[in-house]
Design a binder for this molecule. Sequence first.
Ligand code: PEP
Length: 252
Amino acid sequence: MPNRPYIVGNWKMNGTRAMLSEARAIDRAAARYPGVQVALAPPFTLIAAMAAEAQAIGIGGQDCHTAVKGAHTGDISAAMLADAGAKLAIVGHSERRGDHGETDAVVKAKAEVALAQGLGVIVCVGETLAERDAGNAEAVVKGQVAASLPDLPEEPQRVAVAYEPVWAIGTGRVAAVSDVIAMHRAIRATLTQAWGAEGAKVRILYGGSVNAENAGDLLAAEGVGGALVGGASLTAESFLAIVAAASSAREE
Ligand code: PEP
């Protein structure tokens, strides 16, 4: 259902078993918002434990390798994610692109292997501050979408794109709603160019310092199909406020 808002928490490199209680609380409360699709992407070490208990939310990985198995020390494959109970994989997060030199081609390969393993994928894109200041934000993001998007899969609705301006991630600096609307329009146009009418089935999420205070405005904005949330997904209290905002935005 592309019009069901999708709220995904990315725990990044945060969380030990002591935090499973937060995930439990999120799962329990998410059942009260059937109109919102909720997922959490904890570190790899917590996926199996969370997936074993989760009833209302999807559990996902924050990355996967381009190969299904092999000599890649320290890496995790999409097949392993699925085996651990994951339902989705985030690929191309700017911290992966930055810390690990991931190119659009690598991100595309990861998205394709995740889809082939039956997972949903969230393909992340976003411009740096220098690119925005130079007036290149739209061109950069459209280029990333075109080159990172998997080839049209059988179930295009399993793909989401997360627009995450790099300068808004973890900074407390959120993009202006008008800029988010404009960028989501540009992304939609790129999706349609790549996949024709099937491009309409892809949800476009916004990410970058989303919190309980700004979620309502962002999620009610034209073309915003959900949110990818970092810091504010680490406690049930702050994350559920965003889920509730998504539910209200949908009803308006
Ligand atoms: C993210 O990591 O995808 C993110 C958006 O982080 P934050 O919400 O903390 O800015």
